[in-house]
Design a binder for this molecule. Structure first.
Ligand SMILES: N[C@@]1(C(=O)O)CN(C[C@@H]2CCCCN2)C[C@@H]1CCC[B-](O)(O)O
Ligand SMILES: [Mn+2]
Ligand SMILES: [Mn+2]
Length: 305
């Protein structure tokens, strides 16, 4: 299996500058060197170039809808090509709105994919429920067939047809869920493991139940969408929406080790690293090298040698 790295320097899914520098920060933390230790080829396809569209008026309270929609349309094609060429694809964000294009492009090649969303947040607001309007908090709502009767036609997103069923998605790490999102999670019966569930069950049991839920009936490709803010802010401070009480280093690495061991990882997003938000250079370095660690672990680096 070869690996393709795709940089997506994009920030318009939210309002804080700097997350577009995430791909560079993760590369500067030694991603390519780290992956060259593996015995399979690694192709770095560099960064996509996103155009900022002029006259991109708000839609309801959603900023930059056309710019975000177009960026994801471009990303979708790039991910589809990489997966179609037989690569395991690592998409470096950029904000989490990029998962719209990443998952859609993956689904073009693997329509039976399942999605594991590791995040402090559910990112399942609709434009009607979102408290911020920011599209990085709405990504999953654009993917789910079950939500389409609740979604307005957002300008810039006419290219995407929702394809994912609620049963094909599992969340790990939730600890900051909006009221509207909680209603959606419950109404659709989406399987999720909050930080409280992890405290009660332990990460080993959470992964057992997650992988059984998604794979017991049928083995299929896994899309892992990893928001660095799933980790505790003490480990990943350089990110836009930090929330206390997150994953420990060992819990996060256990998640990616277990996913690697399925042999089914097909695309991994690593998003929301914002190098301008670290209080010190050390804080930026810690966040960026943590991103490298979880990628290496998802691709087979083990703790036991
Ligand atoms: N649900 C949110 C949204 O804006 O939709 C609201 N939340 C921030 C808000 C701050 C005050 C206390 C309640 N939470 C951020 C989240 C999106 C995170 C996007 B991700 O990609 O970082 O996960
Ligand atoms: Mn997120
Ligand atoms: Mn988040």
């Amino acid at each position: 299996h070869s690996v393709a790295i795709l940089g997506a320097p994009f920030s318009k899914g939210q309002k804080r500058r700097g997350v577009e520098h995430g791909p560079k920060a993760i590369r500067d933390a030694g991603l390519v060197e780290r992956l060259s230790n593996f015995d399979y080829p690694v192709h770095d396809f560099g960064d996509l170039t996103f155009k900022h569209l002029e006259k991109d008026e708000h839609f309801m309270r959603v900023p930059f809808p056309r710019t975000v929609g177009r960026a994801n349309q471009l990303l979708s094609g790039a991910v589809s090509s990489a997966v179609g060429a037989g690569h395991t694809c690592i998409m470096l964000g950029g904000d989490h709105s990029l998962a719209i294009g990443s998952v859609e492009g993956h689904a073009q090649q693997c329509p039976d994919l399942c999605l594991i969303w590791v995040d402090a947040h559910a990112d399942i607001n609709t434009p009607l429920t979102s408290p911020s309007g920011n599209l990085h908090g709405q990504s999953v709502a654009f993917l789910l067939k079950d939500l389409q009767n609740k979604m307005p036609e957002v300008p810039g997103f006419s290219w995407i047809k929702p394809f994912l069923s609620a049963r094909d998605l599992v969340y790990i790490g939730l600890r900051d869920v909006d009221p509207g999102e909680h209603i959606i999670l419950k109404t659709l019966g989406i399987q999720y493991f909050s930080m409280r569930d992890i405290d009660r069950m332990g990460i080993q049991r959470v992964m057992e139940v997650t992988l059984d839920h998604l794979l017991a009936r049928k083995q299929r490709p896994i899309h892992l969408s990893f928001d660095i803010d799933a980790f505790d802010p003490s480990l990943a401070p350089a990110t836009g929406t930090p929330v206390n009480g997150g994953l420990t280093y060992r819990e996060g690495i256990y998640v990616t080790e277990e996913i690697h061991n399925t042999g089914l990882l097909s695309v991994m997003d690593v998003v929301e690293v914002n190098p301008t938000l670290g209080a010190t250079p050390e804080a930026v370095e810690a966040t960026s090298s943590l991103a490298v660690d979880v990628i290496a672990s998802a691709l087979g680096q083990t703790r036991e040698g």
